[in-house]
Write a protein that binds this ligand. Structure first.
Ligand SMILES: C[S@@+](CC[C@H](N)C(=O)[O-])C[C@H]1O[C@@H](n2cnc3c(N)ncnc32)[C@H](O)[C@@H]1O
Ligand code: SF4
Length: 387
């Protein structure tokens, strides 16, 4: 289906590169990650990524890459040579912006200073470290491969090598008290990280935690944890700019911001998702999910498993699903710029959300209220396209 109003400009384009292996699968995780049994077929995967990007080039002709994110899985299982090869391949096939943010996700159980220096030399300029907690008991309950000492060592190494880095923390962990959540935050803040992502642990379908739920804090306690985190981080000078993201001034994650502002991304690698705009349509793609199938198909020049055009009504909802995660909301003009729809397409939903105190707006900006942020799913529900 073509756009009601053709896009007059294309959004920034990010590149996501999925690395689908982990040392061991964590019992709460539903990401496309697989236990690395035996040796990882690193060179074959690098070759598959290269063929994948080559085959996607006609979809992004003439566009420059604004940010790169190596996500997983555990990208830090890959050698610095492999990361260097991938980045060299990206630079040779595309136009990478000079100040592009290039992030690599790392697991604290896989951090070695020498290799991390080599990642930096290869072009990684931001690290995202999956610390989750600094508490030995909670790390064990989460089935993590790292302990509390390794968590601290990994952050110290990240801070030493990278000016720009993020720490992932999770809260509402099995049997966690408010005091323990507070101590985790104190430990994280002792490093003054440029960026913190604080995720409420969720029970994802098809995970061991879902089928055999651990003893989790109740809703009141986990809400208290969330309030404590928001209050302390505000006091410490962090801007709470997205549901789970907190940054020191000017250190917001550019790659993630592009997702939340309904920008474009090409995802390469096993199971990676893409969203790409053209003047007359917006498409989504998904790569073959299992690493074995993906490598086989990508090397044969056919990495994409599914592709579909996003229907007009769905574009409005998808935009809101992303942009309403931003605590400052979005510029009203961005809605039409990114979706090709007039803002009047969601007029009645905006009015309803405003009446219920979930959203504020003027002719320049639309933003969720604190109530809307807390009850984001209720707010988003208003924008669901009619079935
Ligand atoms: C792909 S993982 C990150 C990197 C690396 N694999 C690791 O775990 O160290 C991205 C982040 O999502 C968060 N996460 C994963 N599963 C989650 C869940 N069920 N609930 C809340 N956060 C989760 C974790 O904080 C994790 O660091
Ligand atoms: S290390 Fe990260 S991606 Fe891998 S299983 Fe654990 S949470 Fe998931």
């Amino acid at each position: 289906m073509s756009l009601a109003y053709p896009l007059t400009s294309l959004p920034p384009l990010s590149l996501y590169i999925h690395i689908p292996w982990c040392v061991k699968k964590c019992p709460y995780c539903d990401f496309n990650s697989h236990s690395a049994r035996g040796e990882i077929p690193e060179q074959r995967y690098v070759e598959a990524l290269s063929r994948d990007l080559e085959s996607a080039l006609p979809l992004i002709w003439g566009r420059s890459i604004h940010s790169i994110f190596f996500g997983g899985g555990t990208p830090s299982l890959f050698s610095a040579t492999a990361i260097d090869q991938i980045l060299a391949m990206v630079r040779s096939l595309t136009r990478l912006e000079f100040f592009a943010e290039v992030t690599l996700e790392a697991n604290p159980g896989t951090v070695e200073a020498a290799r991390f220096r080599e990642y930096k030399a290869a072009g990684i300029n931001r690290l995202s470290l999956g610390v989750q907690s600094f508490n030995a008991g909670h790390l064990q309950a989460l089935g993590r491969i790292h302990d509390a000492h390794e968590a601290h060592d990994a952050v110290a190494i990240a801070a030493d090598i990278f000016d720009n880095y993020n720490l992932d923390l999770m809260y509402a962990l099995p049997q966690q008290t408010l005091r323990e959540a507070n101590l985790d935050l104190t430990a994280a803040l002792s490093y003054r990280p440029p960026h913190l992502s604080c995720y409420h642990l969720t029970l994802e379908p098809n995970t061991p935690f879902h089928s055999q739920p651990p003893d989790l804090p109740d809703d009141d306690l986990s809400a208290d944890m969330q309030i404590m985190i928001e209050d302390r981080l505000a006091l410490a000078g962090y801007q709470h700019y997205e549901t789970s993201a907190f940054a020191q001034p000017r250190l917001q994650a550019r790659h993630n911001l592009n997702y939340w502002q309904f920008g474009d991304y090409l995802g390469i690698g096993a199971g990676a998702h893409s969203k790409l705009s053209f003047h007359d349509r917006v498409i989504r793609q998904m790569r073959h999910k299992h690493p074995r199938d993906y490598m086989e198909q990508a090397l044969a020049g056919d990495p994409v498993q599914t592709e579909n055009t996003v229907a007009a009504a769905a574009r409005g909802f998808e935009f809101m699903m992303n942009a309403l995660r931003l605590t400052d909301g979005f510029d009203t003009a961005l809605f039409s710029e990114r979706t090709g729809l007039p803002i009047t397409a969601i007029q009645s939903q905006l009015e309803q959300a405003e009446q219920r105190g979930l959203l504020v707006r003027d002719h320049l900006r639309i933003a969720p209220t604190p109530l809307g942020q807390r009850f984001l799913n209720d707010l988003l529900g208003l924008f669901l396209p009619a079935a």
